[in-house]
Unconditional design. Structure first.
Length: 363
């Protein structure tokens, strides 16, 4: 902590010069910002963190509080500490190159026999951001679960109100109920999967995987879906190609991307899966001939629950979590997933994986 007047000691704490130096060093290294003010609310003490936050426009020594930060509540807190000896907690928001938030604790302090005030600024920007992400996630989950649940309840009520005897429709209603229950179950499975991955509880076990064969198997499992939309699937991966990945996780990523490429394709479109190797990276691409994605959506589709057209995604059984899971799984492999898209021509997703360095230990 810097002290304006050399003679200033922290008398109020009844400490000697050795302890004072220790205290100064602690304050100098603490990440929390500390500011001390005299009776005229002029800065008489500060640490490196305070310097960093408040002295962008020059020195802070001896400057008035109003010159370095404009915030009525903060001024009032220092004034209360100086004139009435009261302690206060205030929230402070600073808008510099970015918005930063602080919880500030202001207290009276006696320094060198004089009434002064000291403020400790705890930065909460990151915690606030995490909290708002958490709340948004929870509200998204509730909303996503409520939609199919509302539908289930409505159809059960219709059946109870007499539709059970309606042989023409009762099977149809049951099908709708089943579809919505399945949607809820898929959603819960995806949420659990995502939270497991995000909490670091999922690890990958990479091995050499025969990519051509894996793509063929995925195509076989999705062929009925592709046929229902008249979408043709092409496996352009050279037979014999091996990539270094966790078998189950790679399959999960590819199923997600190929399933999307079928769902968001046009009637009679195509999906091409290909592989190349560049600069020590295996590149696996899934290209479709769908309508494409507008640039403003492109940067957001890997976010949880982000969908270009929510209603359409839901109708097709989507949860809006698939790409987010793919992104995490690619990163767990030390790789990445990216996307490029041309409107009315199609979209290409690319999974990038590090190539396995051959083990020569047995050579
Ligand atoms: P879901 O498919 O369950 O909706 P995803 O996380 O897999 O969720 O995808 C998020 C959104 O990205 C989709 O709702 C869709 O709007 C868009 N999207 C994904 N893949 C494609 C694609 N191949 N073509 C066009 N849009 C796509």
């Amino acid at each position: 902590m810097n002290i304006v007047e050399e003679s200033l000691t922290i008398d109020g704490l009844g400490i000697g010069s050795g302890s004072r130096e220790l205290l100064q060093r602690i304050l100098a290294t603490t990440r929390q910002c500390v500011l001390a003010m005299d009776r005229e609310t002029r800065v008489i003490g500060w640490n490196a963190a305070a310097q960093d936050i408040f002295s962008r426009n020059g020195r802070i020594a001896g400057r008035r509080l109003s010159e370095i930060v404009r915030d009525l509540d903060l001024h009032e807190a220092f004034r209360r500490a100086l004139s009435s000896g009261l302690t206060s907690e205030v929230r402070l928001e600073l808008i510099d190159t970015e918005r930063r938030k602080f919880d500030v604790h202001v207290a009276p302090i006696e320094l060198d026999g004089r009434n002064c005030a000291i403020g400790f600024f705890y930065e909460t920007t990151r915690i606030d951001r995490l909290e708002s992400v958490r709340q948004e996630f929870l509200s998204n989950i509730s909303h996503e679960l409520r939609t199919p649940l509302t539908s289930i309840l409505a159809f059960v009520e219709t059946l109870e109100d007499g539709a059970m005897e309606d042989v023409e429709n009762n099977r149809r209603f049951l099908t709708v109920i089943r579809r919505n229950a399945e949607r809820m179950s898929t959603l819960i499975a995806d949420i659990l999967e995502l939270s497991l991955i995000e909490s670091g509880k999922v690890s990958v076990d990479p091995r050499n995987v025969r990519l051509h064969e894996m793509v063929d198997e995925i195509f076989a499992s999705l062929r009925t879906k592709a046929a229902s939309r008249d979408v043709t699937l092409f496996n352009d991966v050279q037979p014999g190609t091996a990539v270094f990945a966790d078998v189950i996780r790679l399959e999960q990523m590819l199923v997600n991307l190929i399933d999307n490429a079928i769902k968001f394709n046009r009637e009679s479109g195509s999906v091409v899966v290909a592989h190349s190797r560049e600069a020590g990276r295996d590149l696996i691409t899934v290209a479709d001939s769908g309508e494409g994605i507008l640039p403003e959506h492109l940067s957001r589709i890997f976010e949880r629950f982000y969908r270009v057209d929510k209603a359409r995604s839901r109708d097709m059984g989507g949860t809006g979590l698939g790409l987010s899971i793919v992104k995490h799984l690619a990163r767990l492999h030390g790789g990445e997933v990216s996307v490029r898209s041309v409107l009315s021509e199609g979209t290409t997703f690319q999974i990038e994986l590090p190539v396995h360095a051959p083990d020569h230990s047995s050579d």
